[in-house]
Design a protein around this ligand. Structure first.
Ligand SMILES: Nc1ncnc2c1ncn2[C@@H]1O[C@H](COP(=O)(O)OP(=O)(O)OP(=O)(O)O)[C@@H](O)[C@H]1O
Ligand SMILES: [Mg+2]
Length: 358
């Protein structure tokens, strides 16, 4: 897969953008607040149907405009597909090959970008929600049935939680237990299988980026050594008292350890960025093993927070993954990734190709 062309209209600060892209390495250079991250955000939206910076659509629509549109032409094994995402301040629309698509997840069968940006440390630092989303995105690319199982589980969970509210019949919640357990055990098994693939790659990448032993562990969302049904039975009184399902795959998490200690308690901000980058790159590498040619990497200001040696290690690893790259930088002399196939200047929301390759 290659994103060959990208058209953006009405997105953030960007003026109408029409770009012919390089299949390997695109570098976007410009000063602060010129629109570099906004461009990557538009590219991310094209593959994910959401932003990595905000959940609020009104933030994405350009001031004084009603809506935005991002259209990309992707090429894969000689076939070209047009992807289109658009939104106003309230809702989004997704089109694949000209037809409306039911789910944003379908975009990623054509274009599956990963992002490493200066906020990536939040993956380790913040609560488990981000990590679960990260985990499930990875699982989905290896095990596409994840999508259906995930929806089944969350539907059962919503219904069970509604039935646990005080004024409802006490037996109503247990009607959902069978479905919750069946979808929940399945979701858990898919995640575990994926983690077995991801963990060794993370250890390798972590060691390369930090020079320290890195390990990954999974917490299922209920007590280890217990089945989901046993854990649900044990939690039943508490669930009823608080009107909420306390345990299950919706409470799952992953934890990263460096030299045996929890990363968020031990490492510096720069190391946190490297670790989160190692996780993201490990996910991209696994994704490429299973479905080669769909991945792309958006690398936003990679030099931020990193010393020369760490930056060099990160860019070395990135260059080995052989996915299409979209990199932003304040200056054009970013070392480590070789010569870009295309360089673009970003200035006050306008993006123009540089005269020649560098
Ligand atoms: N909806 C919007 N409409 C118009 N402008 C916007 C909108 N949202 C953000 N902006 C502006 O877009 C500008 C560019 O933001 P962006 O984050 O893309 O810059 P950047 O080039 O990545 O800068 P930096 O190097 O500091 O990271 C900012 O000045 C921001 O205020
Ligand atoms: Mg930026």
């Amino acid at each position: 897969m290659t994103l060959a062309r990208l058209d953006v209209d009405g997105f953030r600060c960007l003026e109408k953008v029409q770009l012919e892209l390089d299949p390997s390495y695109n570098l976007f250079v410009g000063p602060n607040a010129s629109g570099k991250t906004s461009l990557l955000e538009a590219g991310f939206f094209l593959g994910r149907g959401r932003s990595f910076r905000t959940r609020r659509l009104d933030r994405l629509v350009r001031t004084h405009q009603e809506s935005f549109r991002v259209v990309g032409r992707v090429r894969y094994e000689g076939v070209e597909t047009v992807l289109g995402v658009g939104g106003d301040r309230k809702s989004t629309e997704i089109r694949i090959g000209g037809s409306p698509a039911a789910s944003a997840a379908l975009l990623s069968a054509h274009f599956a970008p990963q992002i490493i940006d200066p906020e990536i440390h939040k993956l380790l630092e913040e609560g488990p929600h981000r990590r679960r989303r990260f985990l499930d995105w990875g699982v989905f690319h290896v095990e596409p049935q994840l999508l259906e199982v995930w929806h089944r589980y969350h539907r059962a969970l919503r219904q069970r939680n509604a039935a646990l509210k005080p004024q409802t019949d006490p037996s109503a919640a247990s009607v959902w237990d069978t479905e919750l357990m069946s979808a929940g055990e399945r979701l858990d098994a898919l995640r575990r299988r994926y983690l077995e693939r991801l963990a060794p790659t993370l250890s390798e990448f972590g060691q390369r980026l930090l020079g320290l032993p890195v390990s990954l562990a999974y917490q299922s969302g209920w007590l280890a050594d217990m089945s989901l049904s046993e854990a649900l039975a044990r939690s039943a009184d508490r669930d009823r008292r608080y009107g909420l399902t306390h345990i299950g795959p919706h409470r799952a998490d992953i934890s990263v350890r460096v030299s045996g200690q929890l990363a968020k308690e031990r490492v510096s901000r720069g190391q946190q960025k490297l670790l989160a980058a190692a996780l993201t790159l490990a996910q991209l590498a696994v994704q490429e093993e299973v479905a080669p040619g769909r991945g792309a990497l958006l690398l936003d200001d990679p030099a931020a927070e990193l010393d020369q040696q760490s930056l060099g290690r990160l860019l070395d690893l990135v260059s080995e993954l052989s996915v299409q790259l979209f990199v932003t930088a304040l200056r054009a002399d970013l070392p480590g990734l070789g010569q870009p196939g295309a360089v673009f200047h970003v200035e006050q929301g306008r993006i123009t190709p540089a005269a020649s390759g560098a």
